[in-house]
Design a protein around this ligand. Structure first.
Ligand code: Z16
Length: 817
């Protein structure tokens, strides 16, 4: 065991109220030449952010110096998306100064919540994958693990969503407009990234063959670092995001303004496609840009340590989050061989030891393929190296495996480069993100590779940052937990299990119900303010929040809502407990079908919400611009969690975990991590319905599904589908027809009609169960108590031990308790 060079002090008592006010006053004066009392919210937010940064900067420095001094193995998490949301309150919580700051501001009659609202969400991601990366950043720092994020600093994050006449409209997300208080630009760490040109081999002065490149375009990658503050442990890791600039030496070289703009705009926008790869030149350039910059800075760090190359895999682990950063593999090969004259064999050995890869989907359209001509033209050296990796792969497998298998698994097939194949072949670990998903990878999607490299495949079930998704977003529930089971759960989510001892305690159940009610009232207020819709806060709050995708089946939810609507209309006395159906979902701007579903949900909402005979038995609320901050408002208020994707399609899901943690009860198919939620809470505490993954595959096999048959034999389905085209729902002529066609003409790709009855039956049971308040509360308690197993802390520790082989800083002590 090593002795630490510095002692990092973390946790409570880092700063007193007096010190904080003094620092804040100084910053307001220095930055704006005014007093705290005269500052606007924006000015105060910035001054406070600067003050907070000043508090953790020393720890940031010390953390880094410690890693250097101990030469600890580092992991670099390469992700084209990060979705941290707002950082003010999470930084305060993790520094242990949330209450001090709240009280300090109160002295100036400033509400911390108002200041926190000023911060723009950092939304440099689409959904699950990007949010997972940010939960991991939080968990890695909080577990004291030496880990860094590496990504892109997009000028514009994911678009802002508005509804106009029920249609999604996309507006640019100018998150940097007022500056970003958390980032530090590091000019001294900038590197150049080369694109295009002509590449050929030529003998060098020492006689060895070298690579010569001519007519390349050279861009500057400038890093902006953001501190990732660990929870009460004094550790601050780094998320490094790269931004493009045109080096002054290159200014004269562009043939046209258009050409200049392509490069200038390289890091301008995040591609808004979730689980759908679109082969655009600029996207490929983005991928190479942050990969090359990141690998260069890693190698620069490693060179500082002064070790021979064979030590690289003892000091560095690189994680490839989905295939977007898969060029890490040929780029590391390039740097080792071209810049340091390492042999192919040694470079390949090191590369595969350093790299690991996570697969996040089985959806074919999300598996990236790049046309060889694009790669050849825009990244010629990458193309050469990939071609050689592919060639050697085929040679090395010949005679061991049959030719057809080799053909199916090689990297270059026809005119396409298969990035997942590159990631698997060039790394030592491939993992899925939930048990079922990992099993499907082995059995179906990547079965060929599983036969070749069985030892490389493993599962790492996703997890969530319990700090953001419970401690920060749900204070009422957090207080009940403190009072009931003590505070250890705040450090150790597994301790939520202690709550199981209170499942029959009426006082605890009542307190949980009250906490939920408070959050529902807050959300009801927000709903009224933003949409004008008045909802009954004692109704069941039924929530489906996730990207809009056919496979996630928001439409199935709507079909059930329409069934209820017709039932109440026909029989206003029907025993339906009042329910508010809440949706939050963005559709990729190019995904027409998803946008049609948004339009139709909005039109049904309009119809139902204004129907006097329905009253408050049924309300439908589609909240616009679903993002991390909105999730923090919705999730604590949810009674029901909708996780109804077609079995086999959702790799894991993570909103399912967040909702469970906040006491919502899940209605779900046996898909993704829902299976593990069911295992954790037991069949009595979850509403499972629908086809299993095996049944779905059997339908594919036998091709014996007929959606039209369901339509013709099931009068309720008939009635509900007709409503889309017979004018009962106004303003959806085109969209209604499109949806009915998708179900009947194109045979319902995601089996909505097949699962409809089972879904309605589960919903009816749930509706019944809610009316027994004690029973429901107990069920909710059991969900909370068992949610600790989905902690990102636990997940990253598994990555650290099984894949990255990294250890926590101060493995021998425990700071900050
Ligand atoms: C994404 O968010 C996911 C998969 C993917 O291929 C691309 C993107 Cl942008 C999601 C999965 O759909 C979801 O099931 C999973 O929970 C999440 O990644 C994190 O693993």
């Amino acid at each position: 065991m090593f002795q630490s060079v510095f002692v990092i002090k973390g946790g409570k008592g880092m700063i007193t109220k007096k010190q904080l006010i003094k620092e804040l006053r100084k910053n307001v004066q220095e930055m704006y030449a005014i007093e705290i009392e005269d500052a606007t919210e924006q000015e105060l937010f910035f001054s406070l952010g600067t003050t907070i940064k000043g508090i953790y900067n020393k720890n940031w420095q010390k953390t880094w110096n410690n890693y250097l001094a101990e030469e600890q193995k580092q992991v670099y998490y390469f992700s084209i998306e990060f979705l941290p949301g707002k950082l003010l309150k999470s930084n305060l919580l993790n520094l242990g100064i949330l209450e001090v700051v709240r009280e300090s501001l109160a002295e100036f009659s400033v509400d911390l919540e108002d200041l926190a609202a000023v911060e723009k969400d950092m939304a440099l991601g689409n959904g699950g994958l990007g949010r997972l990366a940010s939960c991991f950043m939080d968990a890695i720092a909080s577990s004291g693990l030496p880990g860094n994020g590496n990504g892109i600093r997009y000028d514009y994050g994911l678009f802002k969503q508005q509804f106009v006449d029920g249609y999604q409209v996309e507006l640019p997300d100018e998150w940097l407009r007022n500056g970003n208080v958390w980032e530090i630009r590091r000019d001294s760490k900038a590197v150049n990234v080369h694109f295009g040109g002509d590449v050929y081999m030529q003998p060098k002065s020492n006689g060895k063959l070298g690579v010569v490149a001519e007519n390349e375009t050279i861009l500057r990658a400038v890093p902006y670092d953001t501190g990732m503050v660990g929870f009460e442990n004094g550790i601050v890791n780094t998320m490094r995001l790269w931004s493009v600039e045109i080096p002054s030496s290159e200014e004269g070289k562009y043939r046209s303004i258009e050409e200049r703009r392509v490069f200038e705009d390289l890091t301008a926008v995040l591609y808004p496609d979730d689980s759908n790869a679109r082969g655009r030149l600029i996207r490929l350039a983005q991928e190479y840009f942050f990969v090359s910059a990141g690998i260069q800075s890693i190698i620069r760090y490693f060179k500082k340590l002064n070790h021979p190359w064979h030590v690289l895999s003892e000091k560095v682990a690189i994680h490839i989050n989905d295939t977007h950063p898969a060029l890490c593999i040929p780029e590391l090969m390039r740097i080792l061989m071209d810049e340091y004259e390492v042999s192919w064999e040694q470079a390949w050995d090191l590369t595969s030891k350093v790299m690991s890869y996570t697969n996040h989907t089985i959806m074919a359209e999300a598996l990236e393929k790049w046309p060889t001509y694009l790669m050849k033209r825009s990244l010629p050296r990458m193309y050469q190296i990939i071609k050689e990796i592919d060639r050697r792969y085929v040679v090395s497998m010949s005679g061991i495996h049959d030719a057809a298998l080799i053909e199916r698994t090689r990297i270059i097939q026809g005119e396409d480069i298969h990035m997942a194949n590159l990631a698997i072949i060039g790394s030592h670990s491939t993992n899925g993100v939930a048990k079922l998903h990992s099993d499907l990878l082995k059995a179906v999607v990547l079965h060929d590779f599983y036969t070749i490299y069985p030892e490389r495949f493993n599962n790492k079930t996703n997890g969530i940052a319990q700090r953001r998704w419970l401690q920060l977003s749900n204070e009422p529930l957090s207080r009940v937990l403190d009072e009931t089971i003590g505070k250890s759960w705040r450090h150790e989510p597994a301790d939520l299990k202690l709550l199981m001892n209170y499942q029959n305690d009426p006082i605890v159940l009542e307190k949980l119900a009250k906490a939920k009610q408070q959050k529902k009232e807050e959300l009801a207020k927000y709903i009224q303010e933003t949409t004008g819709i008045i909802v009954n806060p004692t109704a069941i709050f039924d929530v489906q929040i996730k990207r809009l995708h056919a496979y996630k089946r928001q439409l199935l939810n709507l079909l059930h809502i329409l069934k209820l609507y017709f039932e109440i209309k026909e029989n206003p006395q029907a025993s339906i407990y009042p329910r508010v159906f809440i949706f939050g979902a963005k559709a990729a701007p190019s995904y027409a079908y998803a946008k049609s579903i948004i339009k139709v949900i909005n039109e049904v909402a309009n119809l139902v919400n204004h129907d006097q005979t329905i009253g408050d038995k049924l309300k439908i609320v589609f909240l616009p611009n679903y993002n991390v901050s909105l999730a923090e408002k919705i999730i604590p208020a949810a009674d029901v969690s909708e996780q109804i994707s077609l079995a086999s399609k959702e790799a894991s899901g993570t909103s399912n975990m967040k909702l469970m943690l906040n006491g919502a009860i899940t209605i779900a198919t046996l898909d993704g991590a829902n299976v593990e939620i069911r295992d954790a809470v037991g069949d009595e505490n979850i509403y499972i319905f629908g086809l299993t993954e095996a049944e779905v595959y059997a339908y594919y096999e036998n091709k014996n599904y007929s959606a039209r048959e369901v339509y013709e034999t099931n009068p309720i389905v008939h009635r509900v589908l007709n409503a889309f085209v017979d004018g009962s729902i106004p303003n959806i002529e085109r969209e209604g027809q499109e949806i009915v066609d998708s179900l009947l003409l194109y045979n319902d790709e995601y089996f909505l009609l097949r699962d409809f009855d089972a879904y309605c039956e589960a919903q009816a049971r749930l509706n019944q169960a809610y009316q027994d308040a004690t029973h429901w509360q107990k069920c909710s308690l059991i969900n909370i108590a068992n949610a600790g197993t989905f902690s990102a802390d636990k997940t990253v520790k598994q990555y650290a031990e099984d894949i990255w082989q990294i250890e926590p800083l101060f493995a021998h002590t425990h700071q900050g308790r």
